[in-house]
Design a protein around this ligand. Structure first.
Ligand SMILES: [Zn+2]
Length: 309
């Protein structure tokens, strides 16, 4: 074999990798230049984004991209936040900021994961640690260390984090919140049963983790004002829904909106979703709520819709 052919065999894959890498960075910087401008960093007066994730997993067999963000994409999203002056805070920090004026770092953002999948520990946790980020994981208390029995009929089998993983993450500074005992649709069961799910999940998590559980997440985003009252009476300090938008200064801390992040989003779409609500907030529109296409305002999704858990 001639030297020329040998050189080609060695250099062609290298060139290919270089072009691929270059394209990735070019696409990233294009995404950032096309996105709307970020708001000024000070405070959370326009509202604070609470990002909503479920699974962070590279394996397509663990579910579709509605609920699963590949770790590579999650890593680039975290890299973007860290590189653009965002600081992760907890939900109780947000509530204390709005209720008591507790100061927050510049560009505060809350990162949340629903259901408590083991992949949050395996894939998301190392990336969060890399940037010194905190997050909140809403755990279905009766499924800890087991599988996703609550949606086994419509989703592939997934492993849920065990007590050991939850404890390790809590020790690092990840907030563990409750997502009921069994993930029922709370608006479709008797109120006393809902109260049991809300109260006992808190008690079970606290007993195992040895720390207070102060935040709650409604399964399927389904809630009403009675349920919000039960959550408050059960000793929680805040609760999140699947309604889309920022957490604003005048919002009820027991029906906080979030910003959904899907696995299909490229970096530009992630930035757009992160930023767009700053410009539709009440603070910015003098009380007028601006809805974007695909955004349905306050109507929570129906129970059982796969992409709405
Ligand atoms: Zn859920």
């Amino acid at each position: 074999m001639s030297t020329r052919i040998l050189t080609a065999i060695v250099t062609l894959p290298l060139l290919f990798l270089l072009v691929l890498g270059g394209t990735r960075y070019a696409a990233d910087s294009l995404a950032q230049s096309l996105a709307p401008p970020l708001p000024p960093p000070e405070g959370g007066e326009r509202g604070i984004p609470i990002l909503m994730y479920h699974k962070v997993n590279p394996d397509p067999r663990t579910g579709g991209l509605g609920l699963r963000v590949p770790p590579q994409k999650f890593a680039r999203q975290m890299e973007y936040l860290a590189g653009h002056g965002f600081h992760t805070v907890s939900l109780t920090d947000v509530v204390d900021h709005f209720q008591k004026g507790k100061p927050l770092p510049p560009r505060p953002v809350v990162i949340t994961f629903d259901d408590g999948y083991l992949d949050n520990y395996t894939y998301a946790f190392p990336i969060l640690k890399k940037y010194g980020f905190t997050a909140t994981i809403f755990v279905v208390a009766n499924t800890v260390g087991k599988t996703n029995v609550f949606d086994a009929k419509i989703q592939p089998v997934n492993k849920m984090a065990g007590w050991r993983e939850l404890k390790e993450m809590a020790d690092y500074g990840i907030t563990i919140g409750a997502h009921t005992l069994d993930h029922p649709c709370l608006t479709q069961i008797p109120l006393e049963e809902a109260r049991h799910q809300i109260k006992e999940s808190k008690a079970l998590l606290e007993a195992h983790l040895g720390r207070p559980v102060e935040v709650f997440c409604y399964p399927y985003g389904k809630y009403n004002h009675e349920l919000a009252r039960v959550v408050r009476e059960s000793g929680y300090r805040a609760a999140v829904t699947t309604g889309q938008g920022l957490a604003g200064p005048g919002d009820d801390p027991f029906t906080l909106k979030r910003v959904r992040v899907k696995g299909s989003y490229d970096l530009q779409k992630f930035i757009t979703e992160l930023v767009k609500h700053y410009y539709s907030s009440r603070a910015h529109t003098n009380g007028r709520q601006v809805l974007f296409s695909g955004q349905t305002g306050k109507t929570p999704p129906r129970c059982g819709i796969i992409s709405s858990r």
